[in-house]
Design a protein around this ligand. Structure first.
Ligand code: NAD
Length: 254
């Protein structure tokens, strides 16, 4: 069933990992997809595969977000789904961090999605989907956006901010039938995670450690996250807004 037929979606961080899997899934469900990323070549590779368009976009720059939305409207005349997925990783001791690091993490994790949502709002308000089952904003937050863990304070703080933004926007935009939700992954084997597992041994050791303490005894895959993301932006979720959906094998309940 092609739940996203006729829909237009913009996915940030779509060149890699979870964002790439979501872009592919949205396209498989019938959507036209714009793959936006700071990694232009990676975005082009995914866009080529799925018949979408690639947009060079640094989501921490307001002008880039505005240009990305304008490019989508120029290509397809509408925007129905914003998936603000891009983010940056960080782990470390809180007492060993410094202000530039705080600014980098908060910008990359929280400011970027905030700017993207602001940039997309007018286009989402004009979306024909709003008259049907709803235009949609989806954030990739994290299990660490609803729970804490040692050695990842800055990232967790910023992801809690993403969940807070989602909850407030869901209330603010509900009467306009713009649904706002977040998907909250557990550990997923992606380049970002492999680059930031230093506190827990090698990347393979860290991934295995997280797998062992997860109730379902598996880490999430990008495709696991994409399946839930596709549901949340689809007509099947027309009565769902303000939801932070954990997709983590139970890890954050354990
Ligand atoms: N992998 C996990 O375990 C996990 C768990 C929970 C949440 N997340 C979140 O999922 C999202 C995707 O991460 P991933 O694991 O797929 O990592 P990834 O490294 O595979 O992909 C991240 C993508 O974001 C892009 N990006 C980084 N900074 C950007 C910027 N300023 N502007 C535009 N694009 C930018 C990168 O180029 C990359 O393509 C992030 O928000 C991350 O915090 C990941």
């Amino acid at each position: 069933m092609k739940r996203l037929q006729d829909r237009v979606a913009l996915v940030t961080g779509g060149a890699s990992g979870i964002g790439a899997a979501c872009a592919r899934r949205y396209a498989a469900e019938g959507a036209r997809v714009a793959v936006a990323d700071i990694d232009r070549d990676g975005a082009q590779a995914v866009a080529r595969d799925i018949g979408g368009i690639a947009l060079a976009c640094d989501h921490t720059q307001a002008a880039d977000g505005a240009q990305a939305v304008a490019a989508v409207l120029a290509a397809w005349g509408r925007l129905d789904v914003l998936h603000a997925n891009a983010g940056v990783g960080w782990t470390g001791r809180f007492d060993a961090t410094d202000e530039p690091t705080m600014r980098r993490v908060f910008d990359g994790v929280l400011l970027g999605p905030t700017l993207m949502a602001r940039a997309a709002l007018a286009a989402l308000r004009a979306s024909p989907a709003r008259q049907a089952d709803g235009a949609a904003i989806l954030f990739t937050a994290s299990g660490l956006g609803v729970h804490g863990r040692p050695m990842i304070s800055l990232y967790s703080a910023a992801k809690h901010g993403v969940v807070g933004l989602m909850r407030s926007l869901a209330l603010e935009l509900g009467e306009e039938n713009i649904r706002v939700n977040a998907v909250c992954p557990g550990v997923v084997d992606t380049p970002m995670v492999r680059a930031t597992t230093g506190g827990w041994g090698t990347p393979d050791e860290a991934l295995e450690m997280f797998r062992r303490v997860t109730p379902l005894r598996r880490n999430s895959t990008p495709e696991d996250i994409a399946a839930s993301a596709a549901f949340l932006v689809s007509p099947d979720a027309r009565n769902i807004t303000g939801c932070a959906l954990l997709v983590d094998g139970g890890a954050h309940e354990a």
